[in-house]
Design a protein. Sequence first.
Length: 528
Amino acid sequence: MMDKPSVMEELLAECIIYWLFILGIIVSSVVALHYYLSKRRYYQLARKIPAPPGLPIIGHAFNILMGTEEAFRNVWNTMSDCDVCKLWLGTRLFVFIKNPADIELVLNSRIHLCKPSESNLLKTCLGDGINTVSGCQWKSYRQLIAPMFQWSQTFQPILRNYSRILDDRLLKNVGKDIDCYNYMSDAVMELLLISIFGENTDTEESKKYFEAIQKLKEIIRYRQNKFWLHPDLIFNLTKYSKLQKDLLRIINRFTRQAIKNRKRALMEQGYGWPKNGYFEDQNGNIEHNNNITTCLKEGDRSPSLLELMMEVSHNGTTLMDSEIQNQVDALVLEGLDTTALTGSFFLGVMADRPDIQERCAIELSQIFGDSDRQVTFEDTLQMKYLERCLMETLRIHPPVPFITRELQQELRLASTCLTIPANSTLMVDVKKLHMNEELYSSPDVFDPDNFLLEKCVSRHYYSFIPFSAGPRSCVGTKYSMLSLKVLLSSILRKYKIFPSSGQESASMMTKDTRRTERFVIKMEHRKR
């Protein structure tokens, strides 16, 4: 039987517990004081920024249980009269802006180029692509890849050839109900496979790649909207983690094989792997006039984006296969979503607004007459009204609702005396910017004349940013606009678009930029 502790031992134990408790309070107080002193200016600046009501400690986290993007929008809407608004997610500060002068300060900056931690969700899937990296690595990739998209004429023969494929596809759908988004996703994905990979889209591997990209995009979006799934430790416990790995295996296998196929095809033509952008002949001599672009154009074929990446170099550095793979997969994922969404909303507007559709058809008739010839680059330059319709579609339905930056330094805003603290996450609200009554007189009305030259020059340059702006703007903007012009003009030249019976107004059926509801159209042959 154990001896009962003496009174002295009990007192000693109580003293130890007491002093440990006191020590814990002291240590906690010191840590809290140190944190407060180190963050004092951070909180002083943040305190001055307007905010909707929140709770102590957790801030506005309770609002985000429904999904990050939707919650941000709902809470921000309660502050509709403010150009600036803040939200707290625990100790993390999000600041929303919608004034074009403030937006210019951020997007035009060479300092605030870093994206917040949420971009790592895409990085874990697709590696170091131009859309996921920051700093020197991003600048290097930008210098390498941006020139490929500067001359949209490079892709014009590819787009022209694809319009022939599109004609056959359209014939099969005449008179049938067509889901705009699914239809445009299929069309854009086929176009991306041809222009990026130079691949035949009818193969089983291409179809699997397309399906994998679509499903991966849905998983990434779902995870982005559920903040508790952001940590890998939690996400890896879900069924989506295994599915994501399976999809990435399909995607990576397809891209690696496409790179091998392009190399093999070029080598079979008598050229080895490029050194600093040029090819060796079969004897190992460098042919300085025989880079990929020159060789393929002499053979009456435009190079694919993959082939352009194979030859591109900067300061003697050529992209490795793994880097090409990361860039290509990221461009496909981003390009598919942006172009397909814009095209689907455009078709919905045409069905809902026959007056605007008819003006587009008249313009195309003036360009092409009764000819069935394919679209040329020069033709797209004459599509002024159709271009304004595309820009108005992008204004009302921007494909990217928020542009985000992680501030590296304090930022004093131009529209107010407020200063946003360093290390906060800045959210440029593209939707609110585009629906600002001070910039667009009737923002809820679809009006292509918003983009008449005289109106554009009277507005702030950063009043319209569907593809972002500044140093980190989308590298594929010109390609996206060109491909949309080719695809949509090919449809409107030959077909009339109608809303399906019982269909709601397609142009304004969703206030969200993402497709939250399906809208369906029909196409009939246009009488000439």
